[in-house]
Write a protein of this length. Structure first.
Length: 891
């Protein structure tokens, strides 16, 4: 008899926590699903197993309603009949940080382990493409296989392949070519069931390298098929009666993976499969739903704020404070991470959900930010009380200002700070109306700033006013105090890596003599590195003084129609595109000083009211006010832009354009633990694909001699146009009014909230440079732009911490910090960094606190190998190109 196929029928559900229904309505359906599933597993021993979509979050959602069923869940999980994990949730890897993806696995593993077992398959059924570092991330959790849905087309080859990550890590990958629901429901009638089974087999067989085919028995929000055992038994009987060589089994994802692995032929000691390297983002026939990169852009911005607060501030500085003797807020941070991850589920963070889901996500983001801000403020406050701020400088009394740097490299940055000078004593609330809060204190009109070396440095007063501050304490009633509140700006030199520097602020009775400003002439900005001239139409002409290169036509706004939905941008057949090229904006100097100068450029675009008005040209227009603040700081290499948009139009896309003039067809954009090289031209097989690509903090276009990087805060979509100037288009708004055109979701749900009407604020920067992105260290500028220095005012103190210090330094420069946190399972610290380039590095970590032991660990925080610790503070570790390194440090 000829050898047949083994048809692995895998029971599962794909669970979108919120999508075309809000969370609580879907949760009621989830409770029904698991209730019925537990009953099925109890009564039918032949129903072998069921998969909960790889998400342990579903267990938490269920048990909040059904806590009495926890032991039933545990029993079936321990027995391998209910497969859970490895994730906490299914996210979109392109729209969240690499650290967030690691946390989903980290938390998911611990929840699954608590319940009795982790499914060690990298299950990614419906992500809108997959990130380049996913193989390394999976291997970091001991996962050697991946089953995924989107972003790859076999193109005549096999659906099994070796997926190689950016660092060279490899996993066995299997593409769900015909989706995660290719056998969603088997008919009860045997002939119909057999026909469907064979149809699924015949589709997969030409693409299979082995006899094993994966048939996914489930779909979005489907419950377990309760009659499946009987149907499979009937199918086996029919196949036997016909003498078919095929075999049908009720299987699991781990069983399928092991069966495939066992049969893959080997060649020269390695599996004989094609190797696919890097991100999986093939966009043929709109496969990766690229419009989600810019749908509901304010969700992406709030996600960026939340991630930045947790990763750059709350976690690392709570660790430094804990080392100095503070309480440990690990439980609060874990809760905040869970809230954030819940907002990063696939259709949530993509914005491809109904308005009610959006309305529920925004308060979650605010809660994450509240926790992270409170932890940060407490940690920084504890640290400044322990810092020896040094002797009071001549001319005192002075306030000490401690400037904290969260990044692993020394920085020279403009620091914006709020300082307060008391005008009277604190008064316990409530304060009687006749009491003068300002009684007894001298007023302050000007200040001087003394740097850590004792030098008086230029300062720019941005705001000066009387204010009342509230003083809160857990041991006393609230107090009020009258203060002189000043917002000031000064340049900090050589700020320590992952550390702080102490400045002193002295009241100055007289106004200092005027100093040279950064606006040398009308509509111009200039420092030692850059000159910026503002054209009459509001565009920028920038000269890179280090190279002599000039860039013109920067910062032009372009608005076109959008006939698509939350999944897809669709250019209208009859479109009208509006730009600011021919406009005459109001241009005014709003800030001028020795540290920073800022121009305001005010455009008004009259845009069609909606898609109908745009295509019909009927004259119905709405004013769209675009106000941009162009700032240049002393010694800065970047021009920073804040754009405020008052959007009153529907069905359109607003982008800002930056012609690069580079002779190249490639862009480089930051992604999770990587910088991706992408062609401007779409591959020929991407029929119907989108030219828009994802990014994290920067995109760079360089021809090796010169280039421009566009840095951003929470704006994940860009396109490099195939025009002569290789223009970078940065998406600010994409406004549409429906969830789907009907192909990607049940029904056509109106989403008027996704028209993004109202006020929006966008922050981005442009940085011309010589050479490549590596030579210019673009990531340092991008990360600095995303994590400004945070100053904290304190009184003069005689603490045991030095006035200026670095908690940790990581060398060389292309090793980028990802996390500093408490370990999940033991009394240790986790330090994680990655190599952002392809060049191998002799890594060195210099700690400014003693440790007794250090280990290399995997991403799951399990020890791998001991490391030598020199002088109790210095660790050397080799790092491959694009490698993610995790260290466990023991005090």
């Amino acid at each position: 008899m000829a050898q047949g196929y083994v048809l692995h029928v895998v029971s599962h559900t794909h669970w979108d926590r919120e999508w075309y229904l809000p969370f609580q309505r879907f949760r009621m359906r989830l409770v029904d699903l698991i209730d019925h599933l537990l009953d099925l597993l109890d009564r039918d021993p032949e129903f072998r197993c069921f998969h909960l979509d790889g998400q342990t979050l579903l267990l938490e959602d269920y048990l909040e309603i059904r806590p009495e069923n926890e032991e039933r869940l545990r029993r079936h999980i321990r027995e391998g009949r209910l497969l859970i994990g490895p994730w906490y949730q299914q996210n979109d890897g392109f729209l969240v940080s690499g650290e967030a993806t690691i946390r989903s696995l980290l938390i998911g593993h611990r929840i699954a382990r608590h319940f009795g077992g982790v499914m060690k398959v990298g299950y990614l059924p419906n992500q809108f493409g997959n990130i380049s570092q996913m193989p390394q991330i999976l291997r970091g959790f001991g996962i050697e296989s991946c089953i995924f849905g989107r972003g790859f087309l076999p193109n005549g080859s096999c659906m099994e392949f070796i997926w190689q990550g950016a660092d060279g890590s490899r996993v066995l990958a299997n593409s769900l070519v015909f989706s995660y629901s290719n056998l969603a429901r088997l008919p009860e009638e045997p002939e119909e069931a057999l026909a469907e089974l064979r149809h699924a087999r015949d589709l997969l067989a030409p693409l299979a390298k082995t006899r094993h085919l994966l048939l996914m028995n489930g779909a979005d929000h489907l419950e377990a098929q309760e009659t499946l055992s009987a149907i499979l038994e009937a199918l086996r009987a029919r196949l036997d009666a016909e003498g078919s060589p095929d075999e049908v089994i009720h299987s699991s994802l781990p069983q399928f993976v092991e069966a495939v692995r066992a049969e893959i032929p080997c060649k020269e000691g390695r599996q004989d499969l094609p190797v696919v390297t890097g991100e999986l983002r093939t966009d043929r026939d709109r496969m990766v739903l690229a419009g989600t990169l810019s749908a509901r852009i304010d969700l992406k911005q709030e996600n960026w704020r939340s991630q930045t607060l947790l990763e750059k501030w709350a976690e690392p500085f709570s660790v430094w404070a804990w080392l100095a003797g503070s309480a440990d807020p690990h439980a609060a941070l874990r809760y905040a991470w869970k809230l954030l991850l819940q907002n990063q589920t696939q259709n949530a963070i993509c914005g491809s959900s109904i308005d009610e889901v959006y309305d529920e996500m925004m308060p979650r983001f605010r809660q994450v930010q509240q926790i992270a801000e409170e932890v940060t403020e407490r940690s920084l406050g504890f640290l400044v009380e322990r810092i020896h701020t040094g002797p009071e400088p001549p001319g005192g009394p002075a306030a000490a200002l401690v400037a904290f740097n969260p990044l692993p490299f020394r920085r020279r940055e403009c620091i914006e700070a709020v300082v307060e000078f008391p005008l009277g004593p604190p008064r316990r609330m409530p304060v009687a109306p006749e009491v003068d809060l300002a009684e007894g204190g001298p007023d302050v009109s000007e200040v001087q700033v003394v740097d850590p070396a004792g030098a008086i440095i230029p300062v720019q007063v941005l705001e000066n006013r009387l204010a009342t501050r509230r003083i809160l304490s857990g041991n006393d009633l609230p107090h009020l105090q009258s203060v002189r509140r000043m917002r000031i700006l000064f340049a900090g030199e050589d700020l320590p890596a992952c550390g702080y520097a102490t400045f002193h602020i002295l009241p100055a009775g007289v106004q200092p003599p005027p100093m040279q400003t950064l606006s040398p002439s009308l509509h111009a900005l200039e420092n030692a590195s850059l000159r910026v001239d503002i054209a009459p139409n509001g565009s920028l002409h920038v000269i890179d003084k280090d190279t002599g290169r000039e860039y013109g036509g920067l910062l032009v706004f372009e608005d076109g129609g959008d006939a698509g939905d939350l999944y897809h941008y669709v250019q209208p057949v009859q479109d009208r595109v509006f730009t600011t090229l021919g406009s005459a904006p109001r241009i005014s100097l709003v800030e001028d000083g020795p540290v920073r100068s800022t121009y305001c450029i005010e455009h008004t675009l009259m845009l069609p009211e909606n898609l109908k008005a745009r295509t019909a040209g009927d004259g119905h227009t709405m004013p769209c006010r675009i106000t941009s603040y162009i700032a240049l700081c002393i010694d800065s290499q970047r021009v920073e832009v804040t754009t405020v948009v008052e959007n009153q139009a529907c069905d359109h896309r607003l982008r800002v354009l930056f012609p690069t003039g580079a002779h190249t067809d490639l862009s480089r954009a930051e992604g999770p633990f990587d910088v991706l090289k992408r062609p401007a031209a779409l591959p020929a097989e991407w029929i119907g694909g989108s030219p828009c690509r994802p990014q994290h903090s920067f995109v760079d276009v360089s021809d090796g001699q010169r280039g421009i990087a566009i840095l951003n805060q929470g704006l994940p979509e860009y396109e490099v146009k195939r025009d002569v100037d290789r223009t970078i288009a940065l998406t600010l708004l994409r406004c549409v009014g429906r969830l789907s055109d009907g192909d990607d979701a049940p029904g056509i749900d109106p989403t008027p909230g996704a028209q993004c009407l109202g006020r929006h604020v966008f922050r981005y920067a442009l940085m011309p440079h010589a050479g490549s992105w590596e030579a210019a260290r673009i990531w340092e500028q991008a990360h600095a732009f995303n994590a400004p220095i945070r100053p904290v005012q304190t009184d003069q103190a005689d603490g045991d911490l030095p006035a200026n210090a670095s908690f940790v330094e990581i060398r060389p420069a292309h090793l980028v910090l990802s996390a500093i946190k408490r370990a999940e399972d033991e009394d240790a610290l986790v330090l994680r960094f990655y190599n952002i380039t392809n060049a191998n590095a002799a890594g060195e970590v210099i700690l400014h606190f003693p440790i007794r032991a250090a280990y290399r660990a995997n991403l799951n925080e399990e020890k791998a190998q001991p490391l030598d610790v020199n002088d109790g503070r210095r660790i050397r570790v080799p790092v491959r190109g694009k490698e993610i390194v995790t260290l466990l440090l023991y005090r």
